[in-house]
Every structure is written in C-alpha cells, then in structure tokens.
Design a binder for this molecule. Sequence first.
Ligand code: NAD
Length: 253
Amino acid sequence: MLVENTIAVISGGASGIGKATVERYAENGANVVVADIDEEGGRETVREIGERDGEATFVQTDVTQPDDVQRMIETAVEEYGGIDVLFNNAGIEGPLAEVANYDEDAFERVIAVNLKGVFLGIKYGVQAMLTDGGGTIINTSSIASESGILGRSAYTASKAGINGLTRVAAVEYAEDDIRVNAVLPGFVRTPMQQRSADQQSTERLDRYKLSEAMEGIERPGDIADAVLFLGSDLASRITGITLPVDGGFLQQP
Ligand code: NAD
C-alpha cells in the first residue's frame, strides 16, 4: 500500500500505460481520477477498478484545453478533497514521416497534446498543490527525448520539451514540497505501439531497427511500477529526474 489514501490524477487513463498506472495506484490504496479524451475507455477503466473494490472516478478531458485541465484538477479536489499525485501521461504518436515531408498541422497537434498538455497539467496541478501542502508530478516522456527516432520529429521534439519542463518545474517548486519527475518508457506493448508498428514506413525508415539491451520489451505495468515509486514517499528526495524504463536501450552504443 505505497500510496494509501493519496489522491492521484492520471491522464490518458483509458488505455495502455495510463490504465496500468490507474490499476497500480488503486491497488496500492489511492483514490484515482481517470482523465481521458476517450469517454468510453475511461469509464471502462473506472468500472474495472470498482469491480476490484478500488476507488476511481472519470472526468472527460482534452489535455490541450485549459478549461478541461482545470476541471480535471478540480474533480480531484471536489471528489476526494485535494491532489497528491498528478501523472501527465496522455499522448499521441502522430504520423510517421521525415521532417521535409512532415505535415504542419500534424506537427502542431502532436506538440499541443504531448507538450502543451503537460505544461497545462503542471500549471494547474501546481496551483492546486500550492494550496494543499505540496505533492508530486510525474510526466510521461520517452526514450525518443534522448535519441533521434527516424520519422518522429514532432514526437521526439515534444518529449524533449517535456524533459525541459520537468527540470524547470522541479527547481521552481522544490521549496514548496512539490516534486516533478519524468519517466522515459522504452518500447511498451500498448495500442499506441501497435498503431506505430502498423504505420507504413519508407525503405529508409525500415533500415532503422530499434532494439533494447535486455531481451523483450516493456509491459505497461513496468512503467506503472516506476510511476508508483516516484509518486510514493520512497522517492521523497528525488526531483527533476528523467528516468528511463527501457531495458537499457539508451545505454547502447
Ligand atoms: P495509448 O494510445 O494506449 O494511450 C494514450 C491515451 O491518451 C489514450 O487513452 C488516449 O485516448 C489518450 N489521449 C490522447 N489524446 C488525448 C488528449 N488530447 N486528451 C486526453 N487524453 C488523450 O498509448 P500509451 O502507449 O499508453 O502511451 C501513454 C504515454 O506513454 C504517451 O505519452 C506516450 O507518448 C508514452 N510512451 C509510450 C511508449 C510506448 O512504447 N507505448 C513509449 C514511450 C512513451
């Protein structure tokens, strides 16, 4: 029960890494606000948590919209009395195309969801935490943030931006007992990973093979475990880090 009686808000909680993290927090005693643009998936996550005697509530949220993000945070305060943990995890992969051919609207959309969404989460999450005695924020970045993933310029730029936001917010709010960290998942078996695998690549992109030092790839629960640790008191002196959960991918030559 690493997060017993804490209040956690998890964006992208309808699917993949976010859903696994909702499960991990609920199993460990947290009250969880599940936020997602996907109402059906989000409500299904909450229903499954309820079946296992966990506590969760859903709020439909588009993380690119300030009003929605404010409502996401307010839901935690109204339903459970505050906010202790915020996991800014919602994200999209965008198209697969080299920079010269990358669609400009698609570029803006990826930045809006992945980077502005995290900015808005931090902004309104911190405002609530400042009146509530502190808290901890975890952002989902990616191994893409520390490497050059072919065909993924918008995604890679958005994730590198998250690392920067994480470091700045960590030092700005350290004295207010607000910790801010990021996780960098490797290759995780989720619907996003499946969509990425299904995208048509060019011959040049096909030559670029990704592999991790450890055999296999991550499960959503592997990332959820790291987010549980960072959100718990076990990590009480850890702030501003970008933690790879990547089977050693980033350490390879
Ligand atoms: P996923 O597609 O399974 O889940 C993403 C969730 O975000 C979905 O439920 C979706 O509805 C939600 N979402 C999308 N746009 C939204 C918006 N505007 N507002 C609110 N919710 C929105 O993907 P996943 O693999 O679980 O990805 C979760 C996070 O992990 C993302 O930030 C992704 O970039 C990151 N990540 C994933 C991998 C991987 O291999 N799967 C690797 C590195 C990083």
